[in-house]
Design a protein around this ligand. Structure first.
Ligand code: ADP
Ligand code: ZN
Ligand code: ZN
Length: 725
């Protein structure tokens, strides 16, 4: 009897057996429709078998194996298999959740083939100057058509976020028309590569020499040292060899910008992006292009780490230290770590790029497992000067010191841009009653409700709970409630009051919620229509603003004395990244950090811009304290309506773990750093070992035992190599 073993998206760690009399080896990796309970479910064929544990009478036949579309190949399945085994997550759930939404449905809606557009005879004679001066995107799009004649929608996006509207306008003018024919190969060389510096050349040389073999590289280069250029050259070599390149970035906000750069450099290559900001049908099309081998370059966020790529020749992970590469729920994978595993499986090189590598990555380079490539010089400008503003003994007006306000004023007078960085959005992180000490707490979380003055709301940033701003203290009736601390909105308001003539924009998740909002703001900044930027982390990453010369950092101290052992490393990375925004143009940048601890060694390392010194100090501390990378960790997380159930479950789990033969360290269950979230009590149990293989063996056995434990109302999950405690 022929049996297919099918992975389904269910939280049970097993495959499901079905009869499929015509199944062959070619069906492995194919989607399959099967009866499941009272419904039909979609799964993927993961194994073939002759026999089943299930009695023959109970075995149901498959509804249909989907044979008219490409299957996941053996290499794809191997990566998914590794992820399921390493992160101890059901294989079926892993496989199904990496498929685009459309393929997880029983009835996939057929996608319309992407249409191409071409210049008409009238369009060929039209000039940019026939268009209104302000119709920038139309002008750019027309220029693209003039260069290439036929464009698909993906290529048109290079003209700007509103390219599709501009396209309609060009169609309405009769200059452009739809074409059924496929897009012919475009000519190359629209943007020429600059000659590489000696350091860049050596890095490119090392990576290209490794093509066809596994080698992990750490490309460490301060911001502005030209890491992107190294990526582009390496990608060029991969394309020449007829292979695909995968480029992973941490943020969706970064993809359009980088997409334009890559597209301009390789106009004849087929580039697709993969990230959660794409619509369902784009995501499906792009995934398919990757899988069919049609796409030469895939640019994406962490979920692209799993994109099927039959001709894969190189993986690049930019800003590899970024915590967004780690998925924080469901399959809690690290896209960066999977990239290294994938490179190893495929015998290809992988490049991890960063100005401030994760200590784990740095340590791998020190230990010789990764090869270190260094870029020590900024290409255009000198590195910024970094200084601390000692705020002890000063009463800060809305969080801004006199020295910082003065520096902003000076830049303003010189018509230069300033950026004020603060790690919190909203107006103030909490509302307070000075009469009785009442603080605006979230009823569902161990967290404070943040004051959002513009929307006249108190909001929890963890569970989304919203409340109206009370007119008086709910505890004592005092009508004088005061905002405590600063958020981006308050800083923005204070700056507007102090510099009424300045053009100020605020950039955080509240201000950029609308789909192309960020792109528009970015264009305004580049066109010097903005004097002062106030923003959160969103602004820290990879943006290139040539007229921005002053960066002020508020509230960095809040990260200095965190209980998380990774906090200093993150603060250093964040400050170097923010500092990297200053002085990208011709002028030297200046960075001012407000702090009450100007003598702290971490700030000394930041002022010296010395990653090596910081890494050495922190590694010594981690080694002494027995923290990663010197040990390997896993966290069993539990949440339940009552703290007792969560802790009881973990105590029971610890007991099971102590009976297992592997001698790993099992700590006692403790409440999570954020004890309550969205109405659930949270607790965790840490296990660790200096031997990764031993820890993995333990986790495998432990997970199997836990999976059969009755837990009543407790939800639990395993987090291997946790980044958050
Ligand atoms: P990083 O990614 O390391 O922060 P970028 O790759 O953004 O640095 O490079 C900084 C700037 O220098 C960019 O404007 C880039 O175009 C330019 N650049 C990079 N390499 C060279 C080079 N070899 N010659 C001239 N300009 C370069
Ligand atoms: Zn009160
Ligand atoms: Zn909450």
């Amino acid at each position: 009897m022929k049996i297919v073993r099918v992975g389904l998206d269910v939280p049970v760690d097993t495959l499901f057996d079905y009869r499929a009399d015509d199944a062959t080896g070619a069906d492995l990796g194919r989607r399959v429709l099967v009866p499941f309970g009272r419904r039909t479910a979609v799964g993927v064929v993961l194994e073939l078998a002759q026999h089943s544990e299930v009695p023959v009478a109970q075995l149901k036949p498959v509804v249909r194996i989907v044979r008219d579309e490409p299957a996941l190949d053996a290499a794809d399945l191997r990566l998914l298999g590794f992820a399921a085994a390493y992160y101890h997550h059901p294989l079926g759930a892993v496989v199904m959740n990496t498929l685009p939404q459309r393929l997880r449905r029983v009835k996939p809606t057929r996608a319309a083939p992407p249409r191409a557009f071409a210049l008409t005879a009238a369009g060929a004679h039209a000039e940019a100057d026939d268009l209104p001066v302000r119709a920038l995107v139309q002008r750019r799009l027309l220029a693209l058509f003039k260069a290439q004649e036929i464009l698909d929608p993906a290529a048109m996006r290079a003209a700007g976020a509103t390219a599709s509207r501009a396209l309609q306008q060009l169609v309405a003018r009769g200059w452009v028309e739809a074409r059924a024919a496929p897009v012919p190969p475009r000519q190359t060389g629209v943007v020429a590569a600059p000659p590489l510096t000696a350091e860049q050349g050596a890095a490119v040389q090392a990576v290209t020499a490794a093509l066809g073999n596994f080698q992990a590289f750490l490309l460490r280069g301060i911001t502005g040292s030209g890491k992107t250029e190294v990526y582009l050259h390496a990608i060029g070599a991969v394309l020449d060899a007829g292979h695909q390149a995968l480029l992973l970035v941490p943020e969706i906000a970064l993809t359009p910008q980088l997409e334009n750069v890559v597209r301009a450099r390789f106009p004849s290559a087929h580039l697709v992006s993969l990230h959660s900001g794409l619509g369902e049908s784009d995501r499906f099309e792009h995934w398919r292009a990757a899988q069919s081998g049609a796409a030469d370059i895939v640019l994406g966020t962490r979920l692209a780490a799993f994109a099927p790529l039959p001709r894969l020749g190189l993986i690049i992970v930019d800003e590899e230290q970024d915590a967004s590469f780690k998925q924080m729920d469901g399959l809690r994978y690290s896209a960066r770590d999977l990239a290294v595993v994938r490179a190893q499986q495929r015998r290809i090189p992988v490049v991890l790029g960063s100005a401030t590598p994760a200590l784990e990555t740095h340590y791998n380079a020190v230990a010789g497992r990764y090869r270190l490539l260094e870029l020590t010089q900024r290409i255009h400008a000198a590195p910024p000067s970094i200084a601390c503003i000692d705020t002890r003994g000063e009463r800060l007006a809305d969080g801004l010191s006199g020295a910082l306000l003065e520096a902003v004023g000076t830049r303003l007078a010189r018509n230069e841009q300033s950026l004020l960085f603060i790690n919190r959005r909203g107006y103030a992180p909490v509302l307070m009653c000075h009469a009785c000490g009442w603080l605006s707490g979230c009823p569902r979380c161990t967290a404070k409700l943040v004051l959002h003055l513009q929307d006249r709301q108190l909001r929890c940033h963890h569970c989304g709970h919203c409340a109206a701003i009370p007119v008086s203290c709910p505890d004592c009736g005092n009508p004088d409630l005061a905002p405590l601390g600063q958020g981006t909105q308050r800083v923005e308001a204070a700056l507007a009051a102090r510099f009424p003539q300045a053009r100020i924009v605020r950039i955080d998740r509240d201000s950029t919620r609308r789909r192309f909002a960020w792109q528009t703001v970015r264009e305004r900044i580049q066109a010097r229509e903005v004097d002062i930027l106030v923003g959160t982390q969103m602004l820290a990453k990879g943006h290139d603003f040539p007229h921005l010369n002053l960066v002020g950092v508020l509230n960095a101290d809040s990260l200095l004395y965190s209980t998380d052992f990774r906090a200093p490393e993150r603060l250093f990375a964040l400050l170097m990244q923010v500092a990297g925004r200053a002085g990208r143009g011709a002028d030297r940048g200046e960075v001012l950090i407000q702090t009450e601890f100007p003598q702290h060694p971490l700030y000394a390392a930041v002022r010296g811009q010395d990653y090596g010194a910081m890494a050495e100090t922190l590694l010594a501390e981690r080694s002494a304290a027995g923290f990663p990378p010197f040990v390997h960790q896993a966290l069993l997380r539990a949440e339940a309506p009552s703290a007792a159930s969560a802790l009881d479950f973990l105590a029971h789990a610890a007991q099971i773990g102590r009976q297992l033969p592997q001698a790993v360290t099992i700590y006692d269950p403790v409440p999570a750093a954020m004890v309550r979230r969205a109405g659930l009590e949270r607790a965790q149990l840490l296990v660790q070992s200096d031997n990764r293989a031993l820890l993995q063996q333990f986790l495998g056995a432990w997970y199997a035992r836990l999976a059969t434990t009755r837990t009543r109302r407790t939800r639990w999950s395993l987090d291997v190599d946790p980044l958050e405690f």
